[in-house]
Write a protein that binds this ligand. Sequence first.
Ligand code: F6P
Length: 467
Amino acid sequence: MTRLIVVSNRVTAPTGAGGESVGGLAMALAAALREYSGLWFGWSGRTTPEFTGQLTVQRAEGVTLATVDLEEADLQEYYNGYANKTLWPLFHYRQDLTAYDRSFGEGYGRVNRRFAETLAPLIEADDLVWIHDYHLIPLARELRALGVKNRIGFFLHIPWPAHQLMVTLPGHKDLVQALFDYDLIGFQTQEHVQAFEEYVLSEAGGTRLEDGGMRAYGRTARIGAFPIGVDAEDFAQLTRSEAARRTFDVMKAHTAFRKLIVGVDRLDYSKGLEERFAGFERFMADNPDLRREVLMLQIAPLSRDQVEAYQEIRARLDALSGRINGEYADIDWTPVRYVNKTYRRDQLAGLYRAAQVGLVTPKRDGMNLVAKEFVAAQDPEDPGVLILSRFAGAADQLRQALIVNPNSPEDIAEALKRALSMDRDERIARWKVLYDNIVTEDVTAWRDAFVAALSGARETPTPEDPY
Ligand code: F6P
């Protein structure tokens, strides 16, 4: 069987049900690799005074993990810098937060080179190499320069921005050209595919090929949408675990049988948390009679806290949640519970099941797997309602959710009212379609579709193709 090598910036040992919820990408990759005798390569999350390329290798739940430490300057310029102060805000339509600093680009190039030099000796002739996310766009180019001829695929977990936004990035041409060193370029949604194609057609003089590929910069690559999923049945099963049941019971007791509205997001400005709080506040202002019947729990573990924009959104949310509670709380009731802790997956499963409403309202999101896990955790006989932003990739598939504009507190308030008063038949009917979708388009289907496309890509290299 062909070996699969997965590469991502962050590598997290799969720890099963009791593991911390570490973000969609890590969970998906752990699930995707479990069935391959695969290798997962990336950053250890640690820094070292001087980069040595020394690998730390460990096995966890059938997956081999190989990680390297990076230097402090790498962390600042590559991870906090180019990845999270330049590409992340730009790709999430936050040009106002996008910083361009020459050292960021240099650090980004350096780390991609270092990754390539450390990874190349591990790659064997028939391996498929699958590289993930915006941190590592130039990695295939660096591997090619070292003579790696294997099939290499790239999957972008975050949105690909509209053409006119992409061209605001200094060095955009070089970044896009680097993508053509991949044999397959995968995006979350058709919208992202179209935005990419539009860029290539108009900026790079590229052409579309009949098989769904594109030709540009003297090279061809297949392009496609591969919407990522969750391990839906596994997550549904988790609701039966002891930890999930305990969390469920605790929540029921603590909400005193009020209706629970739940949101779980990394603390990130792309997640629309301010507008979400404002939407809940609007709901309370418009519905004084329903006010004390609900409780909103927002879990928002801290993320990328060395980046100023993240410190700022944190301070604003602290103030906003405090202000809402100051205005509406009573001696025996607090409307907003705002928690900056990380919870285990089995606890989240219990929490989602105890909730009447899942509130997932990012301003931009590649996919959003919380939306899918919320659906997976519901009681089929009495499911909760998902409120979902139209700007999450998941909205393409989860159409029976209540779809909202996350920029509009009014829209969110109305959807809350509708969700909280929806009768059981309608909730069941909507949930069934959603659940079927997440089971059919689960993480295994995502992996298999990508791997099949990558295996089939580049069967007949063109004469100009040096690899
Ligand atoms: O899904 C997008 C993503 O940036 C992943 O690449 C990443 O692992 C996850 O979000 C969490 O972010 P970070 O690794 O910066 O903590």
